[in-house]
Design a protein around this ligand. Structure first.
Ligand code: SAH
Ligand code: SF4
Length: 365
């Protein structure tokens, strides 16, 4: 059976090498070739003994998901679409800013949690991504973006805010996180890797124990009645429990605040009263707010709050003493804005499916 080496973190690769009678430092060398230098061809790993390279060629591959399309937005945002087989496609977005380059990575094809304002949720759940598919997005994007003129990598931050709920694919997500943090792989600091969750309380505790990184929590409502409607997982883990989980997480976290994401929905969750209620709800948690203007998608039941409303909402939060930022909507022209991922995947997926059917037909002939 062929093994995909992108599925392993350092510990996994070392164990795999040990099974083949190879020393740990060999695993480290190969890890570095694959992730630090983006090398997928064993023959190019020149400091590895020829005999080992031949052995690897027989039994292993370095296989990231294939890039189906790569689109550049007017504002520099770049969106990659990957084929992950079985008619499923996932998206990854690179967002360049003055002081950093952020890659927004997907962890599932679709999502089971069905938040009412989310395009991925509306698509339903297809499957968890493998480690190779999660880390492969970074691998491919690094390759496509290259290094800057000083030889530094362009991706300085990773946010797991693409398609899917990372904590619902915990094992694979954590293995991929370990690679992001590993100095022999991507060497990112824990503070620059952010997991975004809709609030899977018990798994937040596990993340804090096993792999603490920066945390963003998708709040979107200041009380249980509204949140039950917008974020259905709230019925299982209501706000009281979620706030307590945030406080517990902060004891382990590399940053001393949680980022609360709050999508701005016109007339639904954007009133002055709701802003005050939000301050009250989060009073005991060290936090920042990130307001996300709602990004519509075909068939979505909401409208984006008007700019003056978002501004006033932010003002109230700031007057309440909490740092509040409003996310710039970027990549609009290529449907790469928050929550729009998968907006066209269904479409594309159909196309991929069609192509696969075409191929079958060709073969059948
Ligand atoms: N499942 C995780 C991470 C992926 S979603 C989570 O829910 O946190 C990343 C962010 O995009 C979340 O805050 C989510 O609420 C937000 N989002 C989803 N749909 C959106 C939309 N249509 N417009 C703006 N933000 C959206
Ligand atoms: Fe899933 Fe996050 Fe979308 Fe909710 S907002 S459906 S948790 S991807």
């Amino acid at each position: 059976m062929t093994v995909n080496l992108l599925d392993f973190d350092a510990a996994g690769l070392t164990a795999f090498f040990a099974e083949q009678g190879e020393k740990p430092f060999r695993a480290r060398q190969v890890l570095r070739w694959m992730h630090r230098f983006g090398q997928g061809d064993f023959d190019a790993m020149t400091d590895i003994a020829k005999s080992l390279r031949e052995k690897l060629k027989m039994m292993a591959v370095v296989m990231p998901p294939a890039v189906v399309s790569d689109k550049l937005s007017d504002d520099g945002t770049r969106k990659f679409l990957f084929d992950v087989g079985g008619g499923n496609a996932i998206e990854t977005v690179f967002i360049p800013e003055d002081d950093r380059g952020t890659l927004c990575v997907s962890t599932q094809a679709g999502c089971a949690l069905d938040c009412s304002f989310c395009s991925t949720g509306k698509q339903g759940f297809n499957r968890n991504l493998t480690v190779a598919e999660i880390i492969g997005q970074l691998w491919q994007a690094n390759r496509a973006l290259g290094a800057d003129p000083k030889g530094e990598r362009i991706i300085s931050n990773v946010v797991l805010m693409g398609m899917g709920e990372p904590l619902a694919n915990f094992e694979n997500t954590v293995t991929a996180l370990r690679l992001m943090l590993d100095d022999n792989a991507y060497g990112l600091s824990r503070r620059r890797v952010t997991v975004s969750t809709s609030g899977l309380v018990p798994v937040m505790d596990r993340l804090g124990e096993e792999c603490p990184v920066a945390l963003a929590v998708s709040l979107h409502a200041p009380n249980d009645t509204l949140r039950d409607e917008l974020v259905p997982i709230n019925r299982k883990y209501p706000l009281g429990e979620l706030m307590a989980a945030c406080s517990r997480y902060l004891k382990k976290a590399p940053r001393d605040f949680v980022t609360f994401e709050y999508v701005m929905l016109d007339g639904i969750n954007d009133s002055d009263t709701q802003a005050y209620e939000l301050l009250e709800l989060t009073r005991k948690v060290s936090c920042k707010f990130n307001l996300i203007p709602f990004n519509p998608f075909p068939g979505s039941p909401y409208l984006r709050s008007p700019t003056h409303r978002i501004r006033r909402f932010a003002e109230i939060l700031m007057e309440g003493g909490v740092v509040t930022t409003t996310r710039k909507t970027r990549g609009d022209d290529i449907d790469a804005a928050c929550g729009q991922l998968a907006g066209q995947v269904q479409d594309k997926t159909q196309r991929v499916k069609r192509r696969i059917i075409d191929l079958h037909e060709v073969r059948a002939r």
